[in-house]
Design a protein around this ligand. Structure first.
Ligand code: BGC
Ligand code: NOJ
Length: 826
């Protein structure tokens, strides 16, 4: 069952009924000012940091769902009937409803009683404000007298404190109202030099700033007293809950359309020039007034919207494919790329599942996210790499997270995850292949942000590699530390205290738990690094890295292979995990993916066997589960993974982040059709048809789909902010479509096409636009393709790497035989 449809031409997802299984959200903003917005206008806004600069209030875990938002009310002033044009919060019947989530904007349109409302919400590029453009049309045969109310509930900045510290907060809230603009000024009198504002292009009918006055005692957002009676009261909040409400009274002739614009924004003043006049205690508004005034102008709003659309078209133009498969095309061309940019902007901070108060930027997460956006915003990827590397510890290890506001590492969510450093290597090598900017390796970067500790980035990578080599266990495999990629495999933890965080608790000393996954990751990273240093002419370091990788492969050969698949780990006591000899947790997905990606077992048939075991034991129609058999109960020696009910999260959920590793592994093992099959199982657009089962948004990946052991098999959770976005993007673009940036050129290795039609790709690379046309056999299912002929700008080229560009345009003709590029069902 569907709740809407894709509009591929406009790059929008169109939701056609408001009561989606869960709030289906979108993101506003791309620089400093951000918001989440649901299909019923729920959500909130913040500047830079979702916890510390929260502008509006939101209630997670509420009933009804998704309360707190950018709420409008329409009131028929002749009958007193009122409703929300975005359905929530009144939930009154709408005769028509349509929400269009687009790239950086959301439009919600509806009609009731002959009054049509279409509201477009977006953040103009470069501004710290959001615009709501409300377009009202009277579809009645006669005139209509209506009131429109626009409302926001201000958050007292720190979202955590706002939700808990009522004894203080009920006394500190303040506002100012000037020329019809509502200014939220809580704590401005003391140490803050920032404030929020809420303005309206037609504020003549008045305002409220006290929530109590607007809603009325014991009333909710579903029936505000001010809307019911048709009049706001000009209230001024003193403490309690400051809010902003503007009322607009309109007389619309038959067929008449009117635009009303609301602007919610954020502004800062210099710390020593906060007040006007100085010492008055009144906010100095001289800088912000012109910004507000211009964004209440329809022409300014329209051109800002056009600029936003153009910016996204330009960004996504870095990679466009026509494969003939609509699900692959729309995800790669629009939604998956967009989701990668959202993870770049938001990391894991704010979604329907991340409350915005918990998590900063993860070291491991941010490095992996980069793989999905580096080609779209290479300059910002460079900055990101340098920020991350500056938090690295002198040991080569890493803080597990850093704060976006301060860019400082912290231990708040734990430390000693021994996989962390290797991801930095993979991020830098990906960046180098994309851009050719090897000079980044010479960039001086401090350790732990300590002035004076600067060393070239290359030194950081070397220490990252050495960090693993200096921490090998009894089987010559990397010590796991607190955990590796799987945060919940806590082999040194032994927590028996209810509620204690597995991520931060003291680990038991003396453990020798080892990770086969980190071994695979290390081999991949060391070999990629070797390629880079070779390129720079440092042959001895290249040789050292390759040798270290080869030694690690030998350890995996000796102790990481279980007979039919790769083992997962060795526990604190040196016993194997992820082995046929275990009762539960016999096979894990992560080492199968990572070891094969690192090339282990490809030459001797073990890779193929491991992949067969995955297909046999882990694959379900909804995707590949993380482990089998699931753990039935808590086990002290394994930690958080066994805390989850079977089938959820790391305990045998379909942890979608890992699935693309298997797609890549299948391609490497020369089974692209198998890879494509896995790709389509978790592709959100494919799953759109079963939205009542999947329940999360059908246009973005979710972290997890409940596994076969779960009663709700197939149900997704934790949509949007997940490493799933980047890895699926990499699997689809680089391994299925097969266009891979390399240091010396663009590898053209298409493994899927349409069984007849041509495969076309446009790829921006090193300042040029490559236009690639792949001709394959017309026989569907003719088997995996290999490039047999490559013609670049009319000149045949040996092999399948198109050289670096010599001009702005590169035309490539490719013939991929024998067989066609694997045929994919349209
Ligand atoms: C989740 C993991 C996550 C970890 C750290 C755990 O509760 O299951 O997926 O990585 O928390 O935030
Ligand atoms: C989510 C975390 O953000 C990520 O870092 C981790 O690798 C996965 N969960 C798996 O535990």
């Amino acid at each position: 069952m569907r709740y809407g449809h894709f509009d591929d031409d406009h790059r929008e997802y169109v939701i056609t009924r408001p009561d989606t299984p869960l709030p289906w959200i979108n993101y506003l903003g791309s620089d400093e000012y951000f918001g989440i917005i649901s299909n019923t206008a729920g959500g909130y806004s913040f500047v830079r940091d979702a916890r510390l600069r929260r502008l509006t209030r939101y209630r997670y875990n509420n009933a009804p769902l998704d309360l707190g938002g950018r709420y409008l009310y329409l009131r028929d002033d002749d009958t007193g009937d009122y409703w929300s044009p975005s359905w929530q919060p009144t939930q009154g019947d709408l005769e028509e409803y349509e929400c269009r989530h687009g790239l950086g904007y959301t439009t919600i349109a509806s009609q009731r009683a002959g009054i049509r409302a279409e509201t477009c919400y977006f953040v103009p590029i470069g501004e710290t404000l959001e615009v709501w453009r409300v377009r009202l049309t009277n579809e009645r045969p006669g005139p209509a007298r209506v009131s429109l109310f626009g409302t926001v509930e201000f958050c007292l900045w720190d979202a955590q404190d706002d939700a808990t510290n009522f004894q203080r907060n009920y006394s500190v809230g303040e506002v100012e109202v000037e020329d019809g603009v509502i200014y939220h000024t809580t704590e401005y009198r003391e140490r803050r030099n920032h404030f929020a504002y809420f303005a309206c292009s037609d504020a003549s009918a008045g305002f409220d700033t006290s929530r109590d006055a607007f809603l009325g005692p014991y009333r909710g957002w579903d029936r505000p007293i001010a809307v019911e009676r048709g009049a706001v009261s000009g209230s001024i909040a003193h403490g309690w809950q400051p809010m902003g409400a503007h009322q607009v009274r309109l007389e619309l002739g038959p067929g008449e359309t009117r635009d009303i614009i609301f602007v919610l924004g954020y502004a800062e003043n210099p710390a020593d020039a906060k007040f006007d006049p100085p010492g008055s205690g009144r906010v100095d508004k001289r800088r912000v007034r012109p910004v507000i005034a211009s964004h209440l102008e329809p022409t300014v709003v329209e051109s800002a919207l056009v600029a936003l659309r153009e910016a996204w078209a330009e960004r996504l133009g870095a990679f466009q494919v026509e494969s003939g498969n609509v699900h692959l095309d729309r995800m790669v061309n629009t939604w998956n790329a967009y989701q990668c940019m959202v993870t770049f902007n938001l990391s894991r901070s704010a979604s329907s599942f991340e409350s915005g108060i918990g998590r900063g930027m993860g070291f491991r997460d941010s490095n992996q996210d980069l793989l999905g956006f580096v080609h779209m915003v290479p300059g910002r990827a460079r900055e990101r790499i340098l920020d991350i590397a500056a938090t690295q510890l002198p040991t080569g290890g890493a803080y597990h997270q850093y704060q976006p506001l301060t860019k400082r590492g912290n231990d708040a969510v734990g430390s000693g995850f021994n996989d962390d450093p290797a991801w930095l290597v993979l991020a830098v090598t990906a960046y180098a292949r994309e851009t050719g900017d090897l000079a980044i390796l010479d960039e001086p970067v401090p350790y732990d942000n300590a002035p004076g500790s600067e060393r070239p980035l290359e030194d950081h990578l070397r220490r990252a590699i050495d960090y693993t080599l200096e921490r090998l266990g009894p089987h010559g495999l990397p010590l796991i530390g607190r955990a590796d990629w799987n945060d919940c495999l806590n082999l040194n933890c032994f927590s028996d205290t209810p509620g204690e965080s597995f991520q931060t608790t003291q680990n038991r000393d003396g453990g020798v738990a080892e990770s086969v996954f980190i071994a695979g990751l290390f081999v991949l990273a060391a070999n990629e690094m070797a390629e880079l240093v070779d390129h720079r002419g440092d042959a001895s370091e290249g040789a050292r890295l390759r040798e270290a990788a080869a030694d690690m492969v030998a350890s995996v050969d000796a102790h990481g292979w279980d007979g039919d698949w790769f083992r997962r780990a060795y526990d604190y006591f040196g016993e194997p995990i992820g082995s046929a000899g275990n009762d539960e947790g016999q096979i894990f997905i992560e080492p199968q993916g990572m070891c094969v990606m690192a090339g282990i077992g490809l030459a001797d048939g073990r890779a193929v066997r491991a992949l067969a075991a995955v297909r046999d034991r882990l694959a379900t129609p909804h995707g590949i589960v993380l482990v089998q058999p699931a753990f039935s109960g808590y086990q002290l020696r394994l930690g958080e993974i066994t805390s989850y009910p079977p089938g959820y999260k790391e305990n045998a959920g379909i942890f979608c982040h890992t699935n693309p590793w298997l797609m890549i592994a299948e391609v490497l093992a020369d089974n692209p059709l198998g890879a494509l099959d896995y790709y389509l199982r978790i592709n959100p657009s494919v799953r759109e048809a079963i939205s009542e089962v999947h329940r999360c948004e059908p246009y973005v990946y979710a972290q997890m789909i409940a596994g076969r052991d779960a009663p709700t098999h197939g149900e997704a959770k934790n949509s949007w902010l997940t490493g799933t976005a980047a890895w699926n993007y990499v699997a689809a673009t680089q391994w299925l479509v097969g266009i891979r940036p390399e240091l010396d050129g663009l590898r053209i290795d298409p493994r899927v096409a349409t069984g007849g039609a041509k495969l076309r790709v446009t790829r921006r690379f090193r300042g040029a636009t490559y236009r690639i046309v792949v001709h394959g056999s017309t026989e569907p299912g003719a088997g995996p393709a290999r490039v047999t002929r490559l013609v670049v700008n009319g000149t045949p080229v040996e092999g399948n790497v198109a050289p670096l560009p010599s001009g702005p345009d590169v035309e490539i003709e490719v013939h991929a035989y024998p067989g066609s590029p694997a045929a994919i069902p349209a």
